[in-house]
Write a protein that binds this ligand. Structure first.
Ligand code: APR
Ligand code: PHB
Length: 390
């Protein structure tokens, strides 16, 4: 028996468990992968100001404060030139912090273990029952055999491919989806970053992104075909493509180094509404996916669980469920704002084979306008650093 059963130990599930703990609410977190897999899985790495503030307030920001890299600006590159957008100047001092999502997960697992509250990895056959009757039970299997937990509520934090969303009858959900005709090939390289800030580039050959993880590790991405395979991308092809797409006329280009990891990420926009069915609440990637161009995925997940923890806290403190009732509508409003921004960044910065030369010239005109107008740069900056958790 628990108050909130949490399915999934990604950033959403772990942060929710921690925020509930701080409010004295008990939870059980169930994860079907191993602890090592979850910690080592390489994901994005840009934290909005609101996510950084949340981690600090929740007491899990110490390593983030030591090792995270605060970036007050970002570069947009096209036609051989890099243009800096001074985000802090345009937003009254807000910035992003570069810190790998897997580091966030590692810190949250340490915090959970420190509380002594249950966190079970390597569980299988997770199944939800009783959602429609309001008496939810989570069934699952551990090495010791079949288990069941009766819950007052369930938080579905099990990502896009999880079982929580799939447990809701499809006639009670509306879904919105857009699949892009390209993907990202991402690498981690043992090379010191050659720019102190990120560089988003549109080149004739397609999109490329320069990012980093530390003083010695560079993270790079390039647009590839959606059906591409890393086997088609030997290291020398990756470097020649990255250099061609990122090098600017002033001679700037990424430093090369040994490639430690390679992976291909598909690009989609996805929203489900509502984010709740009776006692089951969806949060993070279980409820919405954004293409990675705006770096919003992790931040949206954090905003969801911050709101959900607040709603559960209010419910258990006062017996009133008004904030639980508002959870979905408020979440959808933030989600659609992030969807609009991520779609805009994605369409502005990728080559789309199905488009004609008009579209490419329009993209370049959009970029020229962006870097020459303080109003346009402010629009990018305020969305990129993210709106405060309200
Ligand atoms: N039972 C238990 N756990 C499950 C199940 C299941 N049936 N299915 C999936 N999971 C686990 C996954 O293994 C994963 O660890 O749920 C977790 C979901 O975590 P994430 O996919 O990281 O999703 P979320 O916590 O919502 O974080 C969103 O992740 O994909 C990125 O860009 C996205 O940065 C964003 C962040
Ligand atoms: C990353 O560093 O992994 C990263 C940065 C910016 C993005 C996406 C990913 O838009």
């Amino acid at each position: 028996m628990t108050q909130v059963g949490i399915v999934g130990a990604g950033p959403a599930g772990l942060m929710l468990g921690h925020l509930l703990h701080l409010r004295g609410i008990d939870s059980v977190i169930l994860e079907n992968r191993s602890r090592e897999y979850v910690i080592e899985r390489v994901r994005a790495g840009v934290l909005e100001q609101g996510t950084v503030d949340l981690m600090r307030e929740a007491g899990v920001g110490a390593r983030l404060d030591r090792e995270g890299m605060r970036h007050e600006g970002v570069y947009i590159a096209f036609r051989g030139r890099r243009h800096r957008v001074d985000m802090a100047d345009l937003t009254g001092g807000r910035a992003i912090t570069v810190y790998g999502q897997n580091e966030v997960v590692r810190d949250l697992i340490d915090a959970r273990v420190g509380t002594g509250r249950p966190l079970d990895f390597d569980v299988s056959d997770v199944r939800l029952e009783g959602i429609e009757t309001g008496r939810p039970v989570i069934h699952y299997r551990k090495a010791a055999g079949p288990q069941r937990i009766t819950c007052e509520f369930i938080a579905g934090c099990d990502g896009f491919h999880g079982i929580s969303r799939a447990s809701i009858p499809s006639d009670r959900l509306q879904t919105y989806e857009k699949i892009y005709p390209f993907a990202w090939l991402g690498i981690l390289a043992n090379a010191p970053p050659s720019s102190p800030e990120l560089v988003y580039s549109l080149h004739e050959r397609g999109f490329a992104l320069f990012s980093m993880r530390s003083d010695t590790v560079t993270r790079l991405y390039l647009q590839c075909r959606p059906d591409d395979d890393v086997a088609h991308w030997p290291d020398d092809r990756i470097w020649s493509e990255l250099n061609a797409r990122l090098r600017t006329d002033d001679g700037w280009q990424p430093n090369e180094g040994a490639i430690m990891q390679k992976g291909i990420t598909p690009m989609r926009s996805f929203v489900v509404a509502p984010m709740r069915d009776g006692p089951l609440f969806l949060a993070g990637d279980a409820a919405h996916i954004v293409p990675p161009t705006g770096a919003k995925g992790l931040n949206l997940a954090m905003a969801d669980v911050w709101r959900l923890a607040d709603a559960f806290g209010h419910y258990y403190a006062t017996g009133r469920d008004d904030r639980l009732k508002d959870y979905s509508a408020r979440g959808l409003s933030r989600t659609w704002r992030a969807q609009r921004f991520s779609w805009w960044m994605t369409s502005m910065l990728h080559r789309n084979d199905s488009e004609n030369p008009f579209d490419h010239e329009r993209q370049l005109a959009e970029l020229e306008y962006l870097v020459s107008s303080r109003a346009a740069m402010t629009s990018l900056a305020e969305n990129y650093v993210g709106t405060p958790l309200e």
